[in-house]
Design a protein around this ligand. Sequence first.
Ligand code: AMP
Length: 460
Amino acid sequence: MLELLDEARKLSIFTAYNANVDAIVYLKGETVQRLIDEFGAEAVRRRMEEFPRQIEGPIDFVARLVHALKTGKPMAVPLVNEELQSWFDSHFKYDVERIGGQAGIIANLLANLDFRKVIVYTPHLARRQAEMFVNKPNLFYPVVENGKLVLKHPHEAYRENDPVKVNRIFEFRAGTTFRLGDETITVPYSGRFIVSARFERIRVYTEEALKPFLPEIGLQVDGAILSGYQGIRLRYSDGKDANYYLREAKKDILLLKREKDVKVHLEFASIQSRELRKKVIYNLFPLVDSVGMDESEIAYVLSALGYSKLADRIFTYNRIEDTVLGGKILIDEMNLEVLQIHTIYYLMYITHADNPLSEDELRRSLELATTLAAARASLGDIRSPEDFKVGLSVPYNERGEYVKLRFEEAKRRLRTREYKVVIIPTRLVKNPVSTVGLGDTISTGAFTSYLALLRAKGAL
Ligand code: AMP
């Protein structure tokens, strides 16, 4: 597996579009109490009953936060009013700030693994954001100077007036107590409440000046990992909408592939709006080679494509057989080269039977992916290629053998001759230092090792 990682590290990768700052607050009971006292228990309770779907004022935040604390359920609520940022910054001291967003996480991961060249693009790059990228000589941000494409380190490429997307994450612990009027609330489970920034100014696109250079970027890399489409809004006040941004996103993929058919992986994250989810699938899946997602996404995707019975079955029973069936439908309808699904207990690839890689090679690619994720879960972050080895000593989860058995059964029942379907159990860390970015890590490890294996066969 170390050899395969070495081969993958010879590749150059482009990644876009999303990076943000994750600002983390470890919540204390007193802090919650102060917030409730500031607005009055009665007002908070009333707003909780109204259950605001997005945060337009501080009371919306307090109401949704108290609701999350009371139920102990992890939740994410969009913050749409940019002016509220100063309210947050004056009320909280952030305990930790770290990079978030798939493109940001993936760029740092690949740079730390010493990949040949990593080009990361985000439409916004303020100084605070740029500084969260690791200080590695193989990491670049594309800029246009005097009509030419120039690759600079993100630290040298930031633009002072760009907006910063800050997601505020409130981590709460079971047992934290506070009072809401005459009611005493004790938080039943540990979890987190995320205030995700969805501002008008923050969009998902490639700047006009850079667009003509996408074919040149495509020529310089062996693969592209694209994500962040979940940040598109259905409508903007200037009249632009999701259709506009998705048309542009399609052009970007075609431009990247214009001079060379560079392989493109799309990392699919959860999209609340069914309408947007459907648009992303229909517009973009047919243009990319590879898609990665987790088990809940596959059900949502199938439901958006009209397979609601199958989707419901996956939601309710979570059977491998249904996931395989759903995967087959997806690679057929969207004509994907490869679909990768990660779940807590297993990783899966589904391809057509004519895929250049053998089932054994596909399994090796997944092995690398789970080992990389296990290393990250053990260490909290991957800082060098050496860190990968930590993953090798993480045992496979205890349901591994059962998973393999169920998979063999499923294979016998379903017609799989026209496909290659492989599955491996995950290496699972008992007490992970952090679970942030593990899905992105799996997809990055899987896609890059897939490319390395294709290359070894002369198929890339
Ligand atoms: P996502 O839901 O996209 O964030 O992906 C999370 C994935 O990370 C899961 O599907 C697992 O395969 C993997 N994972 C989660 N927890 C652990 C852990 N403690 N150790 C190793 N891998 C993990």
